[in-house]
Design a binder for this molecule. Structure first.
Ligand code: NAD
Length: 295
């Protein structure tokens, strides 16, 4: 039987409709959430991502501040831009589109963002708070995946969740959020031996390697929930994930497609973090609570 489809596009529209209401409540208090987006250089894929994020902001009532800086921008110039945005009260969230041109040090730039405005959740303070089980901003892609799992009523406690990928942006924060939801988590990566033997144990499988057709039907436990984070191009230029979708959907219990899965959710959660930042600055949302130690 064919797996249930987790429609990220439809879910993202629902999330955004909820955010529009919160934006309206903020407007009634004279606050408009603002997201600053810095794009450096001329990477065509980055330009598309940025355009989609700005469009989504506008559709949700979030003000966007967009700066497109030349590829020749120096580290000092970029850091100065970030610091100016840190000091700008109209800006609640700051996003520096990655990757940056090779001569720039991305980590130093991310580190320079005030962690209260780091709506991408990449600042070491936010990574650390996520590790401690009291996230201030959840990294957008893993946050989107968690929202997708929640949307199908996937109870994670005690389940075996396998994450393929260990990047700071996706794999590691993904594993931490799953752990905080009481899943038993295994992280796989490029040096993992016998990947298939591990993925076959997964009740929930998150593929975030950036390798087309990495996950085949024989690697998936019947009935498992499969979320495909990967974005790759086929030789004829189509967007595709890490999962052999057509074959795996015949084995899995639920599956997210690419496109129309995690991508739209990542943008929706960026907006959610920005609205949350504005609510915090207006005193409408509590700052995240104290750590809840887990046994
Ligand atoms: P990355 O290149 O930083 O990390 C990839 C990870 O996959 C690494 O940890 C590596 O060890 C692991 N890996 C690579 N080959 C593997 C293999 N054969 N077996 C097991 N593990 C392997 O990439 P990233 O930033 O974490 O992104 C991962 C993928 O998700 C990419 O395709 C990226 O484009 C996509 N992505 C999508 C969204 C979205 O919104 N849809 C957001 C972020 C990333």
């Amino acid at each position: 039987m064919s797996a249930r489809l987790i429609d990220g596009k439809a879910l993202a529209a629902q999330v955004r409709a909820g955010l529009a209401q919160r934006v309206a409540a903020l407007a009634a208090r004279g606050v408009r959430p603002g997201l600053a987006v810095l794009l450096v250089g001329d990477d065509p894929a980055s330009a598309v991502y940025v355009r989609n994020k700005i469009k989504a902001c506008e559709e949700t009532g979030i003000r966007s501040f967009f700066a497109h800086l030349p590829a020749s921008t120096t580290q000092a110039e970029l850091l100065a831009r970030v610091r100016a945005l840190n000091d700008d009260a109209a800006v609640h969230g700051i996003l520096v589109q990655l990757p940056l041109p090779a001569h720039l040090d991305a980590q130093q730039v991310v580190d320079a963002i005030a962690f209260e405005k780091d709506v991408d959740g990449l600042h070491p303070t936010n990574a650390g708070l996520t590790l401690a089980g009291r996230p201030h901003f959840r990294s957008c892609t893993p946050y989107g995946v968690m929202t997708m799992l929640d949307s199908i009523g996937c109870a994670l406690a005690g389940k075996h969740a396998v994450v393929i990928g260990r990047s700071n942006m996706v794999g590691k924060p993904m594993a931490m959020l799953l752990l905080a939801a009481d899943a038993t988590v295994t992280i796989c990566h490029s040096r993992t031996r016998d990947l298939a033997a591990i993925t076959r144990q997964a009740d929930v499988l998150i593929a975030a390697a950036g390798k087309r057709n990495l996950v085949t039907a024989d690697m998936v436990k019947p009935g498992a929930v499969v979320i495909d984070v990967g974005t790759n191009r086929t030789p004829d230029g189509r967007l595709t994930g890490d999962v052999d979708f057509a074959a795996v959907r015949e084995v899995a219990g639920a599956i997210s497609p690419v496109p129309g899965g995690v991508g739209p959710m990542t943008i929706a959660m960026l907006l959610a973090n920005t609205v949350e930042a504005a609510e915090r600055s207006a005193g409408l949302a509590p700052m995240p609570g104290a750590s809840q130690p887990r046994a």
